[in-house]
Design a protein around this ligand. Sequence first.
Ligand code: TYM
Length: 333
Amino acid sequence: MKRLLSGIQPTGIITLGNYLGAIKNFVKLQNELEDIDFLVFIADLHAITIPQDPQALRKNIKSLAAVYIACGLDPSKVHLFIQSEVLEHAELGYMMQCIGGIGELERMTQYKDKKKRHVEGVTTALLTYPCLMAADILLYDTNIVPVGEDQKQHLELTRDLAIRFNSKFGDTFVVPEPYIADKGARIMSLIDPTKKMSKSDPNHKAYIGILDDINQIKNKIKGAVTDLDGTVKYDEENKPGISNLMSIYSCMTGLSYEDIEAKYNGKGYAEFKTDLAEIVINEIKPIQEKYNELINSKELDEILDNGRDYATYLARKKMAKVRNRFGIGRKIK
Ligand code: TYM
């Protein structure tokens, strides 16, 4: 049996980047792989590494749970839980800080980017964040971690920490592998296609939210930055705008870039964008309908309770072993 695990931060908007880079793959893996144990969580401890409004955060946690299920995660196949409800994440996160070096944390690209954006008050946790992420993964003997491209560096650090711990204290952790899909792993901003599509972008035209109003989605796609050449051709370097839209198109339809180029040969960007908007809306509309059914249902709490109980069971067993390895506390037989 292989164990899979992944998480998303509940920081408000869930973007098309999160959907195509992460959630859509979770659903695919859930449906296609056999003999797996799949844990998916809401990374609320990660969210508080930057200031959050407590009321909004609570709402966003529930909202992300509903989004996961509305997008197709099946609670009978996937254990869905909230990170902070399994206390061992924070404990192992601290231990990972005890074996992680400041130098390797300071090298993390995401830390460097976030540090630039949050000039007043960079918290300690923003720096130690990858140690908590390593803990999330190693706590469950995870084999495979499906993520978008931007998490690759954090996964490499997780592997380094696991190998370091194992060689110092004896075989304890499974060394995990990232699963990064060929397409959709890096969806770019609609107004600056050289930057990643990010929910923290101050300009809301830069991203599509999974829960955006349908008309808003249409307008955002229509207004997406392209180039003056007007040919639908995949060329990331010279035509990053249309290439990004083509990658969204391809993820949603399964068509290759060559198929898309042939389909729009001799046609302009306007027609391509109209079709893309329709494709995106057709996929997102049923998700929104399901989300609205779920958001205030009791079902959601039951799912999260079950997920928490299962994750706690695994985490407690693992932490007893890790504490013994470190030699802290008294030996548990
Ligand atoms: P987060 O919340 O920033 O993003 C969640 C997932 O969405 C992917 N993603 C994207 N994929 C393609 N294009 C984009 N523009 C895009 N933006 C985001 C991310 O790669 C990610 O897979 N640290 C993580 C959450 C986390 C985690 C974990 C993940 C905490 N612990 C353990 C896996 C395993 C994060 O902040 O993701």
